[in-house]
Structure formats: C-alpha cells, structure tokens
Design a protein around this ligand. Sequence first.
Ligand SMILES: Nc1ncnc2c1ncn2[C@@H]1O[C@H](COP(=O)(O)OP(=O)(O)OP(=O)(O)O)[C@@H](O)[C@H]1O
Length: 272
Amino acid sequence: MAPLQVVGRPEPLLRARDVTLEYRSGSRSVRATQDVSFDVFDGDRFVLLGPSGCGKSSLLKAAGGFLAPASGTFELDGRVVTQPGPERMAVFQEFDQLPPWKTVLQNVMFPLLAARTLGRAEARERALHWIDRVGLARFAHAYPHTLSGGMKQRVAIARALAMQPRVLLMDEPFAALDALTRRTMQEELTKLWDETRFTLLFVTHSIEEALVVGNRILLLSPHPGRVRAELNSHQFDLASGGSAEFQAAAQRIHGLLFDEAAAVPTDERIAL
Ligand SMILES: Nc1ncnc2c1ncn2[C@@H]1O[C@H](COP(=O)(O)OP(=O)(O)OP(=O)(O)O)[C@@H](O)[C@H]1O
C-alpha cells in the first residue's frame, strides 16, 4: 500500500517577506512600503490594490528584480530575487513599451530570441501563436504607431505570455485606455487566464478592476504602503459588475482602504 501523504498548503510561487522599499537621492530617502508580506500561489490572479503613492508599482518593480528592497526579500520558487529574469515578464501602462521600429511580430519575437532558448523558426511560430491568441493575427506585420492603445497593450501581453513566464507582472496595464476598451481588455485577460492558467501579479488603484481581475486582493494603506488586509474575490467576474453583491464588496473594500477604524489585523484573510 502506498504510504499516506500529508496534503498541506502548496508552497507559494512568489513570496514577499517583510519588504520595505526606499528611494534614496543624496541625503533624502522616501519610504515607499513598510514590511509588506504576501504569498502568490501557482495560478493566482493576485492584485495589489491601494491609493496612489502607496508603493504598488514599487512592489511590482521589486518582484521583477528592478528595485532592491531596503530590507526583506522577494522569493520566486524559493530563490531570492536579485535581478530581472525571463520568468518574470512585465506589462506596463505606457503605450510606448514597444520599440516603434519593430513590427508586432518582431516585438513579440524579440525576447524569445534574446533568451536564446528557441531557434528563429520556433520563436516565429510561438510569437504568431500568441499574436493570434490576443486577436491580432491580421496585424502581425504592422508597426506599433499604426495600432490603437488597446492593440498595443495586446501586443505587450502577447510578448510577455509568449515567454511562458512563471509570473506575469502587470502595472495598471489598462489605466490609460478609455472605459469601454478597458472593460474589453479585462474580459480578454480573464479569458486568456481561463484558457492558460498563468500566474498574475496585477497592480491597480481601481476597486472594480481589482474585483473583476483578481481572485485574491491585497489592500495596502496609504504611503508608505503597509498591508491592510487580504481578501478572496474569486466569486466575481465581469458579469457580476452591476450586482448588489459586487457593489457591497466594492463598498467594503472602500471602507477598508480609507476608513482607519475599519482596519483589520494584517494576517487576517476576510471573505467579501
Ligand atoms: N524613482 C523614484 N524616486 C523617488 N521616489 C519615488 C520613485 N518612484 C516612486 N517614488 C515614491 O515612492 C512612493 C510609492 O510610489 P509608487 O509609484 O510605487 O506608488 P503607487 O502606489 O504605484 O502609486 P500610483 O498608483 O500613483 O502609481 C511615492 O511616494 C513615490 O513618490
């Protein structure tokens, strides 16, 4: 008979441990976050939500290896993050993240070729597959300046997912889009996740977007960002947008974010 296995909670894929982030210029130093800890598990859509300036982008940069913590660590698969790597691909808000002299196909192929794990033919095939997945097959040979903002963000998503990262980092990727396109992109992202089950670390300051995109949400206090609470939000999707339950959850989060009296112990996970 096979020995009994103890089935416990899986190991986190990405772990933030007591991360304090600071920016120094000369003798001045700005503290962006204070002792922030959280665990992201395989297949999570984990959202960092908080008011402007609470250090969300800084946390994403540190997870990406672009910013070294003043204290604490980020670990990916148990190894401390010290530099950027192809297993952590990022999509940013700015539309100019695509080199304008490269076509859509060349943009998506570029990191695949730079990583030197695929030959040119395989890289091209992989890139075309992801360009198709984000609905841009007809635009593979177009240059970024001929594309709309939403299309450019789709290219950036295809470029990142083509690398098959361990975790996809997204920093307010839809914030510069008009409301309708933003909604469409949220829908497309969750559909892609349904089909592919990648792991996502997503930054937003929109409560509605956090509820729609995330299955878990970390609430951060205003500057410097500290963990306010962690919420499970897997029950919501775009279809639940107008429901009473959704509105109540959004209200509750608003209270937790902005009402000091509503603060809960940071290690408490609350159901909405
Ligand atoms: N390069 C930098 N040099 C100095 N201070 C910085 C730098 N980048 C960010 N900060 C400061 O760190 C703090 C956190 O900034 P960060 O951009 O991470 O917050 P955020 O929550 O992402 O804000 P937003 O939602 O407005 O983008 C802010 O006080 C900001 O002014």
